[in-house]
Write a protein that binds this ligand. Structure first.
Ligand code: NAD
Ligand code: UFG
Length: 337
């Protein structure tokens, strides 16, 4: 029996596939490569010594999903595939709703037809909107401020309704905080298109001379140093949470939601200083205006994942920056053309 990984050539998907293969599990990847490159498969093979079966397929094309299920014995799915840029989702809402929601509906339809009823879904801390307090628990009120976040919330609800209609399903909703870092081999990592929106890939580019300085979006937040605080988590720790969620889904039917974070908050300046430590020289930054929509603080209470999944993050901020720096140094142009 195999695990289908949708979005398996993407940032988090590729790291999860490596952990799955290293753990001896059989994996099939489905990805339309709209935000990733096929050469990731060679990198995965170099790290693990194993080839992984790959389908260049689109979740918007139900026949392409059916082909994957007909040709393989899939017993569970890790569903990463989706569009994820907040700003782009505001500019192109129809594209985001169609891709993320219709893609998930198509996937669930085919899963159901093939009696495959175990799914681990990539949700996000963005579903907590502007939390009233930190750390954030799974039962905090949910709200969103942009179409991307709305798709995550809607998919969470769709999966819950599917379980209500058919109690044979196991749905594991993982709400990721801020994934950063890279595999320590430096062979796979985050490869954003164009100018990165997220802090870490931007800092990494400044660190290795691609850009002159980091724009720090505001220093008047209600945080210790005034800059935004987030719960950064090493992508390999995050990947490992999926293995635990799969094991749990094999045992328990129902819908469960887990925060996947470290439980620690770091400010923008903390991150810049940790990266400086990793590379051994200073990183220039300039304080500028707040970015619309940003919140002061966001970090998880990850106790539920520890108690129920037996999962805990093990890597600290220094290791996250060290591995991100190694990836950036070895791949200044990401995976290239
Ligand atoms: P990514 O863009 O690197 O990976 C997503 C993959 O999905 C890409 O390889 C893309 O080609 C593929 N894809 C998109 N639409 C598809 C479709 N219709 N059919 C087939 N493949 C499709 O993103 P990531 O950072 O690895 O994120 C993975 C998941 O985790 C996403 O669902 C994202 O929303 C969620 N998430 C990410 C973060 C983050 O900061 N990276 C935080 C919280 C949640
Ligand atoms: N920041 C800067 N300069 C930059 C980029 C970011 O100062 O160039 C700051 C932001 O203001 C924020 C912090 O760095 O305080 C982190 O910003 P990111 O853009 O890296 O991450 P966000 O927390 O804003 O959002 C990310 C994903 C969302 C996801 C959310 C929670 O982009 O999709 O984490 O998982 F929903």
């Amino acid at each position: 029996m195999a695990i289908l990984v949708t979005g398996g050539t993407g940032f988090i998907g590729s790291h999860t596939v490596v952990q799955l293969l290293n753990d001896g599990r059989e994996v099939v990847i489905l990805d339309n490569l709209c935000n990733s490159k096929e050469c990731v498969l060679d990198r995965i093979k170099t790290i693990t010594g194993k080839s992984v079966k790959f389908y260049k397929a689109d979740l918007l094309n139900i026949e392409e999903i059916e082909k994957v299920f007909e040709e393989n014995e899939i017993d569970s799915v890790i569903h990463f595939a989706g569009l994820k840029a907040v700003g782009e989702s505001v500019a192109k809402p129809m594209w985001y709703y169609h891709n993320n929601i219709t893609g998930t509906l198509n996937l669930c339809k085919v899963m159901s037809e093939h009696n495959c009823k175990r799914i681990v879904f990539s949700s996000s801390a963005t579903v907590y909107g502007k939390p009233e307090s930190v750390p954030i628990n799974e039962d905090f009120p949910l709200s969103t401020t942009n179409p991307y976040g709305e798709t995550k919330l809607m998919i969470e609800r769709i999966l819950s309704d599917i379980f209500v209609s058919d109690n044979e399903w196991s749905v594991s909703i993982l709400r990721y905080f801020n994934p950063i870092g890279a595999h320590e081999s430096g062979l796979i990592g985050e490869d954003p298109k164009g100018i990165p929106n997220n802090l870490l890939p931007y800092v990494a580019r400044v660190a290795f001379g691609k850009y002159d300085h980091v724009n720090v979006f505001g220093n008047d937040y209600a945080t210790p140093d005034g800059t935004g605080v987030r719960d950064y988590i090493h992508v390999v720790d995050l990947a490992n949470a999926h293995l635990k969620a799969l094991d749990r889904a094999a045992l328990v039917k129902g819908v469960e939601r887990f925060n996947i974070g470290t439980g620690k908050g770091y400010s923008v300046l903390d991150i810049i200083h940790a990266f400086e430590k990793a590379i051994g020289h200073e990183i220039k930054y300039v304080i500028c205006e707040r970015r619309p929509g940003d919140i002061d603080e966001c970090y998880a209470n990850p106790t539920k994942a520890a108690e129920i999944l037996g999962w805990k993050a093990i890597y600290d901020i220094d290791k996250m920056c060290l591995d991100a720096a190694n990836w950036q140094k070895k791949n200044p142009d990401g995976y290239g053309e």
